[in-house]
Design a protein around this ligand. Structure first.
Ligand code: IVH
Length: 708
């Protein structure tokens, strides 16, 4: 049957085969009209005719639901706006990149790679260099060549489901071109807006009295994360593919090959790129791109270097949230001059007092800045920055803007040195202490200080901690001021204060319902996030993960920490601090946890006040044991391993990274809890101790065989 004849046929009369063909025709046709309408402002058919096409598509889908296409127009623009974004669990975490600012950082990056891989100076190491796009990272999943899912990075583990939105991006293939793509292909890259489109959008927004965006990055993010994909469709977004997540078959042996293939399947690549060899090559590329920066049609904030060979990338792996095989080389910060109106003191969650410059708002590199950090008392003195001065401020990437210097020529005549306060700005006005040799002044009020309490709560709900949607910094302050929350557990009792919240300005049935639901959604939490959320000094995300992995569940962790604190206190009492007990030693034996961290940690569990807060909180929550790492079926998963002596087939760091990736714990010293001791050449005292304890000792080869 001809296309025209089929198009004229009533829906009820279509066979399944005809229906499938008709759905394909309608999807392509409607997509074409969408583009004409949304992007080119040049519709070719009347609204009524357009609606008729959509209705026909929907009628066929209603009769043959199993034939609905992944790129069906009914899933795209015009779909009912969702109540919120769904969540997507990333199959492989979406990480960020470490930063280099100076040539020495690039040297260190290359040296670290060479050390890790044990490469000789003579051996070449090819590195791909690409522009670093300032946009929004995004993952696109293709199955059998069809785009089936789009997701934002989110916290790296869980992102937002934005499939309907990404479908509206014109230069991204809805269906892969060419051939040879893996059945499952998750392409990662950056959604961005060109400078030109950004300026035009802002002009339109301004004319319509709508929100004006600070920079192309914000505009791209604001446009992509729209609950109504119709709005996304109206925004000129683009996509560069530069990485990948889950793939059912490798994309090649090198980044070069993978890029070529991505391009052949219909993706745009971030250019100009260059395959470099050695630091001079990389630095020349950096200079060249910096010089061309202003002429590029999109904003970049640096360049990215990636080890070209994918097998080497695999060996190098990741550390914490960033790969060892890549780094972002950032462009220098942007600067501007403005007036410093006043210096105020901000109290952090651990009581640290940070002086903050309150500025006459000014745009720096496209972002309006009204506050900048002055770091600490000594920095203010060193720079002699005074209230009323004109100052130079700078902003680099996402970091907090800083005050660089005062403009002395413009200093008012009667200006005075800034005097650092001796009491905390909180109502308790507790004395400020600054231990000898330390730069940080702290409020001595501990958790009695209301400023610290509020900051703790803000940290508690922050993105990498409890991440409660709709409960941001302002709301915490608001509920705190209203006396609705004092301690973390109170957040989970907010549901008892529904009426009180409803009475407040800006809160309505729906927003309160959303908030309470978001809170309920977090009653279950992984032990690692929970530990991080506690805001213990020095215990960041990576350490919280280590602890969660080492102790398994909350009860185990708490018991161990309390015991370790008792041991430490007893040793101190006996004036033999070096004779700490076994639990404390075990804690320090976790690779990545030093004495000073251990002290802050057990110190936290040593305070009754903290234990009361913890118990109260634990009563409201289900704290989940952290799942063992992905490859928990490895025979070494959960085992404690010590490497000693010099290894032949891999460097010590590589051995450690490999063991950890298989779920093993790598310890620095041998104890009776050690499962395996891997003995390299010229092993010394550790090997002797292992022998004395009767531990399992393996040669390097036996270890390799064990892990396969
Ligand atoms: S590669 C494992 N290449 O910069 C991470 N990232 O600051 C692989 N970005 O999260 C990322 N341009 O969103 C890569 N050419 C490029 C990039 C790029 C921009 C973003 C990306 C990343 C962030 C880190």
């Amino acid at each position: 049957m001809s296309k025209a004849a089929r198009a004229a046929k009533a829906v009820e009369d279509l066979s399944a085969d005809e229906a499938a063909a008709e759905l394909a025709r309608l999807a392509a046709l409607i997509a074409q009209h969408d583009r004409l309408y949304h992007e080119q402002d040049a519709p070719m058919i009347s609204d009524a005719d357009y609606d008729a096409l959509r209705q026909r598509n929907e009628a066929i889908e209603a009769r043959f639901p199993e034939l609905q296409r992944a790129d069906s127009p009914s899933l795209k623009v015009g779909a009912a706006p969702a109540a919120g974004f769904g969540k997507v669990q990333h199959s492989i975490p979406m990480l960020s990149l470490g930063n280099a600012f100076a040539p020495e950082d690039v040297d260190e990056f290359l040296a670290r790679i060479r050390r890790f891989l044990g490469l000789d100076d003579g051996e070449a190491l090819e590195v791909m260099a690409e522009p670093k796009i300032d946009g929004l990272s995004c993952a696109l999943r293709y199955e059998d060549g069809e785009l089936v899912q789009g997701a934002t990075r989110g916290d790296g583990t869980t992102g937002e489901e934005i499939t309907a939105n990404v479908r509206t991006i014109a230069d991204l293939p809805q269906k892969l071109k060419g051939k040879g793509w893996p059945e499952v292909l998750e392409v990662r890259g950056e959604v961005y807006m060109s400078r030109h489109d950004f300026a035009a959008l802002n002009k339109r927004q301004e004319e319509a009295g709508a929100k004006v965006f600070a920079n192309p990055r914000n505009a791209a993010a604001g446009s992509l994360r729209q609950l109504d994909p119709k709005i996304t469709a109206e925004r000129p977004l683009h996509f560069f593919g530069y990485a990948w997540g889950q793939v059912s078959a490798p994309l090649g042996a090198t980044v070069t090959e993978a890029r070529d293939r991505l391009q052949s399947w219909g993706f745009s690549l971030n250019e100009p790129s260059a395959l470099c060899n050695g630091r001079d090559d990389l630095l020349a590329y950096y200079e060249k791109i910096m010089a061309e920066r202003a002429e590029l049609p999109f904003e970049i904030d640096g360049v990215v270097y990636k080890v070209n060979r994918l097998d080497l990338q695999e060996r190098l792996g990741f550390v914490s949230r960033a790969p060892r095989w890549a780094i972002a080389h950032k462009f220098p910060a942007e600067r501007a001059e403005t007036k410093l109106n006043a210096i105020t003191i901000q109290v952090g969650r651990t009581g640290a007092l940070t002086p903050v410059a309150n500025l006459e708002p000014i745009s720096v590199g496209g972002v309006v800045v009204a506050r900048a950090t002055l770091h600490n008392e000594d920095e203010i003195a060193r720079k002699d920055v005074r209230e009323g001065d004109h100052v130079i401020i700078q902003r680099a990437g996402d970091v907090i803007p800083q005050v660089v210097s005062a403009v002395l020529a413009k200093r008012p005549k009667n200006s005075k040195h800034y005097v650092f306060p001796t009491t905390c700005p909180c109502p308790l006005a507790t004395p400020v202490v600054r231990p000898k040799g330390e730069v940080v002044a702290r409020c001595s009020g501990g958790l009695e200080c209301p400023h610290q309490q509020v900051r703790q709560l803000m940290h508690f709900v922050s993105r990498n901690a409890f991440d409660i949607e709709g409960l941001g910094v302002e709301n915490i302050q608001e509920f705190w001021d209203a006396g609705l929350i004092k301690a973390p557990a109170d957040i989970f009792r907010l549901r008892d204060h529904r009426e009180a919240i409803l009475e407040r300005e800006r809160w309505a049935e729906q927003s309160v319902a959303n908030l309470l639901q978001a809170i309920e959604d977090r009653r279950r939490i992984g032990l690692d996030r929970f530990v991080y959320a506690l805001g213990i000094r020095q215990i960041g995300e990576a350490t919280a993960k280590l602890l969660a992995r080492s102790y398994g569940d909350f009860a185990g962790l708490r018991t161990a920490m309390i015991a370790a604190e008792k041991e430490r206190a007893a040793a101190a009492e006996a004036r033999k601090p070096e004779e700490v007990g076994e639990t404390y030693a075990e804690l320090c034996n976790i690779e990545g946890i030093g004495m000073s961290m251990a002290d802050d940690l057990v110190g936290f569990f040593g305070e009754d006040h903290n234990l009361a807060v913890l118990n109260d909180l634990a009563g409201e929550l289900t704290i989940e044991a952290v799942a063992a790492p992905a490859t928990s079926d490895s025979p070494v998963a959960g085992k404690t391993v010590v490497f000693t002596g010099s290894l032949q087939t891999m460097t010590r760091s590589e051995a450690k990274a490999k063991a950890e990736s298989l779920g093993a714990k790598v310890a620095g010293s041998v104890s009776k809890k050690t499962d395996y001791v891997v003995i390299g050449a010229d092993a010394g005292s550790k090997a002797k101790k292992a022998e004395a304890l009767g531990l399992t000792m393996l040669s390097e080869e036996e270890w390799q065989n064990l892990i396969g």
